[in-house]
Design a protein around this ligand. Structure first.
Ligand SMILES: NC(=O)c1ccc[n+]([C@@H]2O[C@H](COP(=O)([O-])OP(=O)(O)OC[C@H]3O[C@@H](n4cnc5c(N)ncnc54)[C@H](OP(=O)(O)O)[C@@H]3O)[C@@H](O)[C@H]2O)c1
Length: 280
């Protein structure tokens, strides 16, 4: 399918070609982001996740893309991604660190083991991938176009909930690290944006409990909305975005009224089941 400018297209403002890596592109927010970016003229996508069949099908649908089927928690993954992008394009304008997941469970029952696997997938993997790709991002930024990293954290990276402590720990870490990296890399022309989704119905985070509720279903958003926020925080240089936007209120309330937020979250109503829960 040929690229066609979309509403809000950045045609003319982007490098030509514009090279972007999206991790976790085989479903949900990553897939929506790949589809959104593909609507910009002459975008060259590098799609990363474990399920090759999904990535191949998406690449076909988008009229072509480089596919890297790899487990990002393995030590060799960052070098594999770098080799693929260097071979195919030799430059990199946007890295979207989106792959992630959550296994719910209380700390007493799931312990360090559960914290560790969240840190490996949601923090260590994006940090190691960024470390490996940073020289290419900087080199690209030193040339004719700015470059950017967008890290997909979560509103859980600002507010904790019962049975999601390990997930929160990894997303808080990603958010804190992103702010520091942004300050360090701006002098090198590499912008770092942070996206903090709230509830977004995807394969991994179906939010079934909330979607069945007559009122709470209204707070569940869609992957397309997050994709647009990723574009804003990557290509348009915004520092951070909550999705939906009003979720910033939860983060502010966490600072201003922690007792109230603890009361609101302690029942577990807002800790929805995830696809990985069955993989404990
Ligand atoms: N949906 C929400 O409510 C929500 C809210 C806040 C934040 N987020 C964050 O948004 C991001 C995307 O989540 P989503 O909702 O789109 O969930 P999703 O549909 O389950 O997508 C997760 C993606 O990550 C990939 N992935 C998982 N483990 C991987 C690994 N070891 N190596 C490589 N890729 C891996 C998956 O692909 P494979 O299985 O093919 O590897 C998949 O493409 C995550 O970081 C999540 O924490 C989601």
């Amino acid at each position: 399918m040929p690229a066609r400018p979309s509403p809000g297209s950045l045609a003319g403002a982007l490098a030509d070609p514009f090279v972007a890596i999206v991790t976790g592109a085989s479903s949900g927010i990553g897939e929506a982001t790949a589809r959104r970016l593909a609507r910009e003229p002459n975008t060259k996508l590098v799609l990363v996740a474990r399920r090759q069949d999904r990535l191949d099908a998406l690449a076909r649908d988008l009229g072509g893309a480089t596919v890297v089927a790899v487990d990002l928690t393995t030590p060799e993954a960052p070098a594999e991604v770098l080799a693929a992008v260097a071979r195919a394009h030799g430059e990199l304008h946007l890295l979207v660190n989106n792959a992630g997941g959550s296994w719910r469970g209380g700390f007493a029952e799931t312990g360090w083991e559960n914290v560790e696997r969240h840190m490996k997938l949601n923090f260590e993997a994006p940090v190691r991938l960024t470390e490996t790709l940073l020289p290419l991002l900087r080199a690209t930024a030193a040339g004719r176009a700015p470059a950017a990293v967008v890290n997909v954290s979560s509103t859980s990276g600002r507010v904790g909930r019962p049975r999601a402590g390990a997930y929160s720990a990894s997303k808080f870490a990603l958010a804190g690290w992103s702010d520091s990296l942004a300050a360090e890399e701006s002098a090198h022309g590499v912008h770092v944006g942070l996206v903090l989704p709230g509830f977004v119905a995807t394969e991994g985070f179906p939010a079934t409990e909330l979607r069945r509720h007559p009122v709470l279903r209204l707070i569940v958003s869609k992957p397309d909305k997050v994709a647009e926020a990723i574009v804003e925080c990557g290509l348009r240089g915004k520092p951070e975005r909550y999705v939906p936007r009003y979720y910033w209120f939860a983060a502010a309330a966490r600072i201003l009224a922690p007792r109230l937020v603890r009361r609101a979250t302690s029942s577990g109503t807002f800790t929805t089941a995830t696809a990985k829960d069955s993989q404990h």
